[in-house]
Design a protein around this ligand. Structure first.
Ligand SMILES: NC(=O)c1ccc[n+]([C@@H]2O[C@H](COP(=O)([O-])OP(=O)(O)OC[C@H]3O[C@@H](n4cnc5c(N)ncnc54)[C@H](O)[C@@H]3O)[C@@H](O)[C@H]2O)c1
Ligand SMILES: O=P(O)(O)OC[C@H](O)CO
Length: 325
């Protein structure tokens, strides 16, 4: 089975490396330079420097070339997903969504974008605690692989699994994608706490109460709690909130240390999805009547309406309540 990968950032390239363990891979890149780097130098010098790429990987800027593939993984930033899928043209083969975000403006989850733009494609979601560079180096990792069709999931999981990369099958598409989108926003809050020097207890409190927000929001959208408690939800939340290797966590840390969001976003080449997801997540939560105070605080910080210390103080001064809330 030939695998197509749409998006040659760090994660698309790492997934290409995993999939190349058991067959050919064609990766589409937005930039000519990235295609030349991969084809001529066997390295993605812009987005995943220092990793020697498998000879099984070929790169192209021509989306139509992906028609030679049996399945495609979508790994663009969430805000570029719709127009890239549109440019792909009609696609009837499996489409595996790997981006972690919600579309601004339309408030669509990635599965909702794909259902509208590619209505004939069987959809799957691959999401979990995975820093791209570790996966590309062959270090062990496990992810949730959600697909409503169990037989298709089995075939795809066997093709995508690597010697140290373990996809676990689930049929809860919404649960898998919502965990990955929400954790990016919460990781910014953990970074802010770190930047302010608030300590490890504060981080654990933010992770636990952030997980409560993820579950309230996810279940209101139709996700299953057991999925949110798995690799793609809690697993990814813990990873992303605990390491400066996370772009979202390190973005929050810089905010906490006094940098402005605008300065941090200027000329940024890599994506910190939580910055784009925060406004749309908060808006969706308000529509649903779901309380998400940590996500609200992140939005206020990103928009420059609150200073980091005031945002943390506001969270601490909320009325005392039951842990079940
Ligand atoms: N990096 C990781 O460790 C990791 C792990 C799991 C999931 N993800 C998710 O994968 C998705 C992609 O992130 P990444 O880390 O691979 O990206 P990245 O930050 O490494 O690179 C940015 C990407 O955006 C692309 N891009 C820029 N402008 C574009 C446009 N106009 N149209 C289409 N693409 C454009 C670039 O080509 C590049 O692929 C995100 O949703 C991210 O949350 C990332
Ligand atoms: O660097 P981040 O914050 O985008 O996180 C990368 C992955 O999503 C971690 O699972």
């Amino acid at each position: 089975m030939k695998i197509g990968i749409i998006g040659a950032g760090a994660w698309g390239t790492a997934l290409a490396q995993v999939c190349a363990e058991s067959g050919p891979v064609l990766i589409w890149a937005h930039e000519e330079r990235t295609v030349a780097d991969i084809n001529d130098h066997r390295e993605n010098r812009t987005f995943l420097p220092g990793i020697k790429l498998s000879p099984e990987i070929a790169a192209t800027t021509d989306l139509a070339a992906l028609n030679s593939c049996d399945a495609a993984l979508l790994v663009t930033p969430a805000q570029h997903a719709a127009k890239t899928l549109q440019a792909l043209g009609p696609w009837q083969r499996p489409l595996i969504l790997c981006c972690k975000g919600i579309e601004a403006g339309t408030k669509r989850l990635m599965s909702e974008v794909a259902e509208e733009v590619q209505p004939d494609a069987p959809l799957c979601v691959l999401s979990g605690p995975t820093f791209a560079d570790e996966v590309a180096k062959g270090l062990p990792a496990a992810v949730t692989f959600s697909c409503a069709d169990g037989e298709l999931a089995n075939r795809l999981v066997r093709r995508i699994a690597g010697s140290a990369f373990r996809p676990y099958h689930s049929d809860d598409i919404l649960g898998a994608e919502i965990g990955g989108a929400v954790k990016n926003v919460l990781a910014i809050a953990c970074g802010v706490a770190d930047g302010l020097g608030l300590g490890k207890n504060a981080r654990a409190a933010l992770i636990s109460r952030g997980f409560a927000e993820m579950v309230r929001f996810g279940t209101a959208k139709g996700a299953r709690e057991e999925t949110l408690a798995g690799l793609s939800g809690l697993g990814d939340l813990v990873l992303t909130c605990s390491s400066e290797a996370s772009r979202n966590m390190s973005f929050g840390k810089a905010l906490g240390e006094g940098d402005s969001a605008a300065a941090l976003l200027a000329d940024r080449v890599t994506v910190a999805e939580g910055v784009h997801t925060a406004p749309v997540l908060v808006s969706l939560a308000r529509d649903l009547g779901v309380e998400m105070p940590i996500s609200e605080a992140v939005l206020a910080l990103v928009e420059g309406r609150l200073a980091p210390r005031d945002a943390m103080k506001a969270l601490l001064q909320r009325p005392l309540t039951s842990e079940a809330n």
